[in-house]
Design a protein around this ligand. Structure first.
Ligand code: HEC
Length: 162
């Protein structure tokens, strides 16, 4: 064997070892990549789900905001026994200022002819609603969540202020 031939066979051996080593590295990298990307579909699904839910939230946002405004403007009082003063919260919008012909709280002139009907008649008109010459009194002042007793208490409260 000449020196040149030895060098060639050394080179060939090195070359084969390198090819094997690179193949092993390539296979290892494939495993690492497969492992690292194994949940890529789940992550994509999660992301599009999040984007969808965000856009749904955006689309329904104006409705939610409107509902919140309505709730703030007209507090709904639950049907439990309230004091007259508490229940009057549902009446004050009209009766404190006399809006739309409502007899004003504490104004004896406005109430005189009404009180003579008797308290039971006033209760009934406040509970069921009443349209007279002055205007339209909505049933329970528009707050149907009020119990009859709470409405009666509010009427008592209004009559007491005279
Ligand atoms: C949306 C406005 C409005 C609200 C709210 C309202 N009222 Fe009235 N109420 C009126 C008007 C208007 C009249 C006068 C109707 C008429 O005589 O033409 C009236 C009349 C009345 C009368 C006299 C009825 C009669 O027979 O003469 C009573 C009692 C009364 N309201 C009680 C209440 C009570 C209690 C509440 C709250 C639970 C309430 N109102 C809330 C508008 C309102």
């Amino acid at each position: 064997m000449s020196e040149e031939q030895m060098n060639d066979s050394t080179f060939n051996r090195l070359f084969i070892i390198m090819i094997i080593a690179m193949s092993v590295i390539a296979v290892l990298l494939m495993f690492v990549a497969t492992f690292a990307a194994s949940d890529v579909n789940e992550r994509l699904d999660a992301r599009s789900e999040l984007e969808n839910s965000n856009s749904i939230a955006e689309r329904i946002a104006p409705v939610g905001a409107f509902a919140a405004e309505t709730a703030a403007a007209a507090p709904v009082v639950v049907a439990e026994a309230l004091t007259g003063e508490q229940a009057y919260a549902s009446c004050g919008a009209c009766h404190t200022s006399g809006v739309a012909g409502a007899p004003m709280l504490g104004d004896a002139g406005d109430w005189e002819s009404r009180v003579t009907k008797g308290i039971e008649a006033l209760y009934a008109n406040a509970i069921n609603g009443y349209t007279g010459e002055a205007g339209m009194m909505p049933a329970k002042g528009g707050n149907t969540a009020l119990s009859d007793d709470s409405v009666k208490a509010a009427v008592d409260y209004m009559v007491e202020q005279l």
